[in-house]
Design a protein around this ligand. Sequence first.
Ligand code: ADP
Length: 681
Amino acid sequence: MEPGSPSSPSAGRTGQNDGPSSHELGSLLTAAGVASVWMEPDGTVVDANDAFVSVTRYDRSELLGTAFSTLVGDDCPAIESLIADDATRKVSTTLPIRTGAETSRSVEIHLERFETENGSARIVGLVNRRATPTESASSSEFTYGRTFQALADALADGIIVLDTNSDIQYANPAVERILGYPPDELVGSSKVTIIPPRLRQTHLDALQRYLETGERKINWTYVELPGQHEAGHEVPLGVSLNEFWYDDDRYFVGLFRDISPRKEAERTLTAKVAQLESIAYLGRHALETRDTDALLENATELIAAALDIECCAIYDSETGGTDDAFQVRSRVGCDDATLETEIQRSSADSLPEATLAAREPIAVESFETDTRVPGSTGVTDHGLTSGVGVPIGPTTDSPGVLAVYSAGEREFADHDIDFLESAATILATAIERQAYERRLNDTVAELEVSNERLEQFAYAASHDLQEPLRMVSSYLQLIESRYADDLDADGEEFIEFAVDGAERMRDMIDGLLEYSRVDSKGAPLEPVDLDVVLEDVLTDLQVMIDQSDAEITAASLPEVQGDAGQLRQVFQNLLSNAIEYSGDGQPRVHIDAERTGSMWRLSVHDEGIGIDAEETSQIFQVFQRLHSRTEHDGTGIGLALCQRIVERHGGEIWVDSQPGAGSTFSFTLQPAETPQRNHCV
Ligand code: ADP
């Protein structure tokens, strides 16, 4: 049966005729997907099948008795005028139907007038439920009323609806704001238009797979995908997807948002984190390493990576081979040929030269057009277009420039410049330290040479003086023995003074000789038991101790790293001084040892005459004495020798004293090194 021209239509419900009743016909038409309505010639609805009820969304009871004109739009012609008389028995047209859901739906309807068996006229309306392609593209087919339309229009997020062929059926106005395409242009086109070409096939394959197997490889709730802007660039999108069925067809709806600002913020954050980590690493490395060249090399690599840049170079303005050129101390990503024009200082301003002159960072977006750096156009021949120069070190006297170069025109962000300045500060400290260490090493070397020369001189002088002195002493003794009878009392006294002077001079020369040989003639340092050393010293001083009735007490002494012979001299000088300068009472001396940190502190305490605070430092100088020889015998070299020996052992010596309250001479020594155990059996 042809739905448009029922051969035996009947509005009767008697079932007397042999054709199907309108009710039966209605069921058949419903099964065929055709919505049908029967009307009086004036358009009053007398019957409607389930399909028509479903299309119009009224209850059947609401439809019956209703004028067809109330179901269609106000602008539509009355049904009597569509099928006026026998001449126009049928017509096919598109009418907007007001549905029971208070929305309007455009339908294609076929109206036909026929006579029933009892001779009365009827009009049947047959509605094609399926939307035509043209209709499917119209937004009204896909909206759920004015609310949706208003929402979709106002929404900042883009909405597109597409069918299973990936053809776009609907796009809201935000789509144009986000991707540049006017919705009118998009509707009817393929969705792949808004997908970057590189991802189109993947999308089509995924859609096909989903339609066939239901398998989803992306999260429909939220997924980040790039969109293709009408202008050609990509736009990062946050997308939510869903699907729905309409009239037995499946559609997909996508809600998407431009996440460029968030992506940009994420990129900035990631860049900042990478830059901060680089600074932290560089700072630590600068503190740990003594190898400045390795540090600079490492720095250029780190900086280039953190800025994702093609070339990074560190120029030295001070140690260049000639006055006319910067020296490239380190570079990465570019060769000498690229930097050739940059290092020439005589030519027009290059980036490093301009940076030094400006005394502040210079960011150049294009070397070709920036008038501050006309000399840097050379690097453009090597594909470098933009860059930044930052002075290394104090702005008034920078030893160099840190420069980065990019292949594309790049607008450097503030945090990029901050990062470069922080890196330059670290490098400046390292370069400055290297220069300082170089100066220090030079000074130490000079001092060592001069010290050696002095030692040689002192040794030569004292050694060579011994010979004539011996001669003076010998001849004085000769005169004394041979001409003693011829000398009067004055003569004898003069000879005595001369002999005494010669002996004193010999003692001083011996002391000086010993002093000059502390370093050169000292034995290697090895573990020394100070208890044994002290015992030997006390034996040597036994006569002095007995004569002065001195009371010497000592704590248990440690093993130290030292030259036993020299340490014996130290104890001997300090103990003999403690007895010598004990004053009128019985000398009481105590030797003590205490561990202080990594060193042993030894002390020799007496209860003697003490020393004025102002004189405590001068007594350690060669030949410096606080008393005349008539008061106390001595050469004034003992404490100077002690100091030299202690310093050779890596320690210090000092005195704490008050006049009349005794003195404590303290010195530090390193503990004995534990010998390595041999584990071999
Ligand atoms: P010397 O004892 O041969 O004069 P030193 O270098 O040993 O030379 O001592 C330098 C000076 O330090 C001594 O002349 C003395 O004035 C002072 N001095 C050294 N030890 C003591 C001490 N224990 N108490 C007071 N004064 C001291």
